[in-house]
Design a protein around this ligand. Structure first.
Ligand code: SER
Length: 321
C-alpha cells in the first residue's frame, strides 16, 4: 500500500499537535505537512503557514505536495465561537468548504473533518444520545458542525469524495492545551491540581459531559481513516463515547492522587452551553463499523494525566491508595 501524503490544518491546536506527531510516527515525517496560521514552526515536522480562508493557497499547497489525505482541524471552539459568531461561521464553515472543494479538484483520497457533541442542543435524549437524535444546536460552533456534516455527506453522495468524521466529546490530554471550549475545564483542572492544588470550575459540580482521553481520540481518528470504505455506513459523523463524568466526580478522582486538592464552582456562560449537550453518547455504529472501543476509563485517564503532568511540573508522583 502506498503511504498517504497528509495535510493537517489547525496543526497547532489541541488535537493537531498530538495527531501530527502520531501520524509522523506511523507514516514517516516526510509524509506529513502541518499547517496553521503562524508563519513559522519549531521545525521538527514539515510545516507551512496556511489560513484556511485562503482557498487558492490551500489549492496550491495540495497540488504542489501531491496531498492524498487531509485532516482538517482548523476551527474555533464553542465558547470562543459565541464571542464572534460571524467569524466562527466564516472559519469553521467556509474553511471546510474550501477543503472539500480543493480535495475534490485535486482528487484527494480521504478527508477527515471533526464534528462534535455540540451538534445536539435541545429536544434530544441527553442520557443516551442516539446517532440520529434531534440536532438543534445552541451555539454557532454547533451550527457550523451540523452544516459541515451535511456538506461532507453531500460531497460523498454527489462526487464520491471520501469524507469521514467523528463527533468528538471533550478531549483530555497532557500533551497540549485546549482553547476556547466548554469542556476545557477537564484539562485545566489537572494543571491547577499539580500547580496550586486548587481549581475554580466554570461549570456546575453536577454537569455530566462525554469526554475522551487524547490517546483514545487519536487512535479513533486514525482507525476511522484506515477503515475500509465499504465499512463506513455514516457519512455525516459518528457518535463516539469514551467516558462521562461530572466536575465533582473528576475532582474526587484527582484527590486520590492529590489529597489536598480543592475545587470551587463559579459557573459562567459556559454552563448554559454545557447544559444543552449530551451526557453519554450512543456510539454503537462506530463500534459495529470500525470496531471502536475506548481503552481509558476515569481512573486510568486520571492516573496517566497526573503521572505525565507531575513530570512537567517537577512533582513527585504518588500512587493512589
Ligand atoms: N470540546 C469542544 C468544546 O468544548 C466540544 O466539541 O467546544
Amino acid at each position: 500500500m502506498t503511504k498517504p501524503k497528509i495535510l493537517i490544518t489547525g496543526a497547532n491546536g489541541q488535537i493537531g499537535q498530538v495527531l501530527s506527531v502520531q501520524l509522523a510516527k506511523k507514516y514517516g515525517k516526510e509524509q506529513i505537512l502541518r499547517t496553521d496560521l503562524a508563519q513559522n514552526d519549531d521545525g521538527l515536522l514539515p510545516y507551512k503557514s496556511l489560513d484556511v480562508l485562503d482557498k487558492s493557497r490551500m489549492a496550491q499547497i495540495v497540488e504542489q505536495h501531491q496531498i492524498t489525505q487531509i485532516y482538517h482541524l482548523a476551527a474555533l471552539l464553542s465558547a470562543s465561537g459565541e464571542k464572534n459568531i460571524h467569524k466562527t461561521w466564516d472559519i469553521n464553515f467556509n474553511g471546510l468548504v474550501h477543503v472539500l472543494d480543493v480535495a475534490k479538484e485535486f482528487s484527494v483520497d480521504r478527508v477527515f473533518f471533526p464534528s462534535s457533541i455540540a451538534v445536539y442542543g435541545s429536544g434530544f435524549n441527553k442520557s443516551f444520545t442516539a446517532q440520529n437524535d434531534f440536532r438543534n444546536p445552541s451555539t454557532m460552533y454547533g451550527i457550523t458542525k451540523v452544516a459541515g456534516e451535511s456538506w461532507g455527506n453531500y460531497y460523498w453522495m454527489k462526487y464520491g469524495l471520501d469524507v469521514r468524521s467523528i463527533r468528538y466529546p471533550g478531549i483530555i490530554g497532557y500533551q497540549s492545551l485546549p482553547g476556547g471550549g466548554t469542556t476545557d475545564y477537564a484539562v485545566d483542572i489537572f494543571h491547577e491540581a499539580l500547580k496550586s492544588e486548587k481549581y475554580t470550575c466554570f461549570l456546575e459540580s453536577a454537569t455530566r459531559l462525554p469526554m475522551i482521553y487524547m490517546d483514545d481520540a487519536i487512535r479513533a481518528t486514525i482507525e476511522l481513516m484506515e477503515a475500509s470504505t465499504e465499512n463506513i455506513s455514516v457519512r455525516t459523523s459518528y457518535n463516539l463515547q469514551g467516558l462521562s463524568f461530572t466536575p465533582a466526580e473528576l475532582a474526587e478522582e484527582i484527590r486520590k492522587h492529590r489529597p489536598n486538592f480543592t475545587i470551587e464552582y463559579h459557573p459562567d456562560f459556559r454552563q448554559e452551553i454545557a447544559a444543552q449537550w449530551p451526557e453519554i453518547m450512543d456510539d454503537q455504529l462506530a463500534r459495529n463499523d470500525w470496531s471502536w472501543k475506548p481503552a481509558f476509563d476515569l481512573s486510568e485517564m486520571t492516573k496517566d494525566m497526573i503521572l505525565n503532568l507531575s513530570k512537567k511540573y517537577n512533582k513527585d508522583y504518588v500512587e493512589p491508595n
